[in-house]
Write a protein of this length. Structure first.
Length: 448
């Protein structure tokens, strides 16, 4: 029957040739090895691969050289099948050829070579070879222990493998202390896999290298909300105040989770330029976002937020009302005496007639604190007194290049007790000089 098998392997269709190979493999007749070795030269890659796999059950030394020749086959499945079978043959003559296959562009071929080398008892002569073998076998934790020697093969996997292996490479690289890791993470930010981009951002966040911020900032506009959220955390750590414009932009994101993360980051930065944007978020449709924005304003400790926060004490959600009340008390214990609060009394009065019980209840409680009867006619506004002649000059001096002039202007404005100076003093809270800022805060306190 062998002659008939040879005949079929020469002239029949590829489908028939594959069936013949399967039959020979199942037969386990030692004489079947000959036709299978013959099939290793078949023009069809599927037939060659099937024949190589089938020979693993025969241990015929005649197949050694033909199988080693297939390690350079043009088809990756053929190379992988030949490498796998060479491991089962157990001949050390295949070791050198299999070592070369560890750098194969196909991951399956590399894995097959690594497994066969392990079966053959190969001990890598260098850590570099050991790293390649461990990567091919997927032993990532052992690979990480090799340190810098594992970086080149991991970089190759990051650049040339499918997304799940790219992710594994990023996770492994994140555990290695090597100067090539951060550039690799920046490179990974451009990968199509969401998981890879998020993993890379996590590593960059931990390293907190300011040089990586420009690349991270671009992902604040990523198509995926989870990536944008991770980019916010990384931007906060790597960019500091440079991240403020991008974070403010994220306050308008379509994802509530991104808006919440951006608000939280701006609060952590303590950047007063974000106060107005955060105040706008107090009216966000999502409760968690509103509450986070309120807490962020509490971290900024900027009294410009008091009026919006008082209005937030009328929120339909109890947790938001409680958060707003707590922050207002911390910002100014005497907030009920502020003139700008009187300007929002009509809004509070209107809320006291709300159909929502808790909004109505909260509004009435506010009016009681302000000692205003909701049923009394609204008080006529008192005519504004003319500003002190020195106010304009002192306000301009408050931003002079000379630090002593700024300090003198802040002190003088505090002594004037001119209510109109509050807005310009709030702007001066960002002064670079600690002593000037302290004088500005004292002046603001004097106005109240």
């Amino acid at each position: 029957m062998l002659w008939w098998n040879y005949q079929q392997l020469r002239v029949s269709s590829a489908k028939t040739r594959l069936a013949v190979i399967q039959k020979l493999a199942d037969n386990r007749d030692p004489d079947a090895a000959g036709p299978l070795i013959f099939a290793l030269q078949d023009k069809d890659a599927n037939v060659r691969a099937a024949a190589a796999k089938a020979l693993s059950g025969f241990h015929d030394q005649r197949s050694l050289e033909p199988l080693m020749n297939l390690l350079s086959d043009s088809a990756a499945p053929v190379r992988a099948a030949a490498a796998e079978t060479l491991g089962h043959l157990g001949d050390p003559l295949a070791v050198n050829r299999l070592v070369g296959l560890l750098r194969d562009p196909d991951p399956d071929a590399r894995s097959a070579a690594a497994r066969s080398l392990d079966r053959l008892g190969w001990n890598p002569s260098t850590d570099s070879h050991r790293a390649i073998q461990l990567l091919a076998m997927g032993h990532m934790q052992q690979l990480v222990k090799l340190g810098g020697d594992s970086v080149p093969p991991l970089l190759e996997q990051l650049r040339n493998s499918e997304p799940n292996k790219q992710f594994a490479a990023v996770k492994a690289l994140s555990q290695i202390n090597d100067p090539r890791v951060l550039p690799a993470m920046v490179e990974a930010l451009g990968k199509t896999s969401v998981a890879v981009r998020i993993a890379a951002l996590g590593t960059l966040e931990r390293h907190a290298d300011p040089a990586t911020f420009p690349k991270i900032e671009k992902l604040l506009n990523d198509a995926d909300a989870n990536v944008r959220g991770a980019a916010i955390e990384a931007a906060l750590r790597c960019g500091g105040v440079r991240a403020v414009p991008g974070l403010v932009g994220c306050l308008g994101d379509k994802s509530w989770e991104v808006r919440r993360a951006a608000a939280n980051a701006l609060g952590a930065l303590g950047e007063h330029s974000a106060v107005e944007s955060l105040c706008g978020l107090i009216n966000d449709p999502d409760r968690d976002v509103r509450e986070t924005a309120i807490n962020a304003l509490g971290q900024l400790k900027d009294r410009r937020a008091i009026v919006p926060l008082v209005l937030a004490m009328l929120d339909v959600e109890s947790s938001v009302r409680a958060a707003a009340a707590g922050v207002v008390e911390r910002l100014d214990e005497n907030w009920t005496r502020r003139e700008d609060i009187r300007e929002i009394v009509p809004k509070i009065t209107a809320a006291s007639r709300s159909a929502d019980y808790w909004v109505q209840h909260s509004a009435l409680k506010l009016l009681d604190l302000l000692k205003i009867d909701p049923n009394s006619p609204p008080a006529q506004p008192e005519p504004k007194a003319a500003s002190h002649p020195a106010l304009a000059i002192l306000s301009e001096m408050l931003f002079d290049r000379d630090r002593d002039l700024r300090l003198a202007a802040a002190t003088a404005l505090g002594k004037l007790r001119e209510k109109g100076a509050s807005s310009v003093l709030n702007m001066a809270l960002r002064d670079a000089d600690n002593v000037v800022r302290a004088a500005v805060q004292a002046a603001l306190a004097a106005l109240n």
